[in-house]
Ligand binder design. Structure first.
Ligand code: AMP
Ligand code: MG
Length: 285
């Protein structure tokens, strides 16, 4: 799969209205997609095993999106075949009182994966330039007034610096914006209302957020434009067809891991000799 199509080049001004939500490339059916996803998951599991053995790099995968764009189900399906011991998922909700007493990167920094692991963020520090901006929550963050001018500009820089710091320490960040259309969101909300086992997923807050659709779109455009970098790129992923979203996400993960030149640790001559000795010992018993 060609993934460069979804990658936002550094400095390129993003206009989400020009990015298709219902694209599915040359994949003809859900069934074909399922086959391809299965192969991707197998490949990811192999790479994750090597990531762990190599123990130099970690991978941080960030998911951001409007409600009902499929963050949870993408995480569930894409990560399903990977060794659970090698992955971790963190979901970021409204910050607690304790979290608000720290800078906004505090809670995310604690959740960043260690070397050898894949860490997933279901929402992230980007909420602090999205929901906080759309609903003007900056006051609740208790930042001294003298630092609140140009706050979004400042935060974009802080985020870029943070992600560069991670990169230069071996933790690679990739970021997915799951791009769903307003119509498809409506369909999914209606399904949640119509299906008893999905009722719990719907909340009145979802309608409030939907009413701010255009504000969110603009904030996303600015945030993605300002923070898609060589070291932590954004991928605008079509999300009207969930099976296609999963394929793009898994393909990007594979491509990123393959780019790290992962290897199993090599034994030096001495260690190899030891292996022979161990083998001989075992054979004797
Ligand atoms: P959900 O993902 O549906 O469980 O919802 C989590 C909610 O927490 C969303 O409405 C987010 O916008 C909100 N949230 C996450 N991070 C922040 C933040 N830093 N400030 C305010 N709200 C946040
Ligand atoms: Mg929700």
């Amino acid at each position: 799969m060609e993934i460069s199509k979804y990658k936002v080049s550094p400095g390129k001004k993003v206009n989400l209205l020009n990015c298709q939500t219902d694209y599915s490339g040359d994949i003809e059916s859900k069934k074909d997609a399922a086959k391809l996803l299965k192969a991707n998951i197998k490949k990811m599991a192999e790479l994750q095993d090597m990531l762990y053995a190599h123990d130099r790099y970690g991978l941080l995968i960030i998911f951001q999106a409007m409600d009902a764009a499929g963050k949870d189900s993408t995480i569930k399906h894409v990560i399903s075949g990977v060794n659970p011991q090698g992955t971790q998922v963190f979901s970021f909700k409204q910050p607690s009182a304790e979290e608000l007493d720290h800078g906004y990167l505090w809670r995310v920094a604690k959740a960043v994966p260690e070397r050898g692991r894949i860490g997933i963020f279901n929402r992230s520090h980007y909420e602090d330039v999205l929901v906080v901006r759309v609903h003007d929550l900056i006051k609740s963050q208790k930042i001294p007034d003298k630092f609140t001018y140009d706050i979004w500009e400042k935060r974009f820089n802080q985020i870029n610096n943070f992600e560069k710091y991670l990169y230069e320490n071996g933790i690679i960040t990739i970021k997915f914006f799951l791009h769903v259309s307003k119509d498809e969101q409506k369909n999914r909300f209606l399904k949640r209302l119509d299906t008893p086992s999905k009722n719990w997923k719907f909340s009145a807050a979802d309608l409030k957020e939907r009413a701010s659709w255009d504000d969110y779109r603009k904030c996303y455009e600015e945030a993605i434009t300002a923070t898609s970098t060589d070291y932590a790129p954004w991928f605008i992923t079509p999300a009207d067809k969930k099976w296609f979203t999963r394929l793009v996400v898994s393909s990007v993960i594979i491509d990123t891991l393959q780019g790290l030149n992962l290897r199993y640790p090599e034994m030096d001559e001495n260690q190899k000799k030891n292996l022979n000795t161990y083998r001989e010992q075992l054979m004797k018993e």
